[in-house]
Design a protein around this ligand. Sequence first.
Ligand code: DQA
Length: 142
Amino acid sequence: MMKIQIVNGPNLNLLGKREPSVYGNGCFEDYLKVLRSRFPEVEIDFFQSNVEGELINKLHEVGFSADGIVLNAGAYTHTSVALHDAIRAIQTPVVEVHISNVHAREEFRHKSLISSACKGVILGFGLDSYRLAIEALLELKR
Ligand code: DQA
């Protein structure tokens, strides 16, 4: 069975409550059920942390065994050299995702420090960005 790890970074635990006009009304746990029923042949594991080092530890933990990682690093996308290095250090391909179209928002969101270390980037499709990222990871294995 294919194994995909979803990793969500800071403030994404508040999805559904946080700026719904930007991030929508749904909580991630509900969306996870949708994803799992959409991909019954895939084991989808989920981890969220507001702590940069915990995100790095999770990448290290799964990054030599999982088939793919879907990473929404939240605001650490725009600040974290350490996450960039962690993505480079592991073997599992990482797809960077964002719920919002960061390029249509404040200028400080236009720069990602992690994109160049990732296999690819999907952004701006709401929660559906995660599904698209999983499709892309599955395609890599076909
Ligand atoms: C985000 C975009 C980031 O700029 C922001 O800091 C987030 C969420 C997104 O999914 O759209 O926390 O990664």
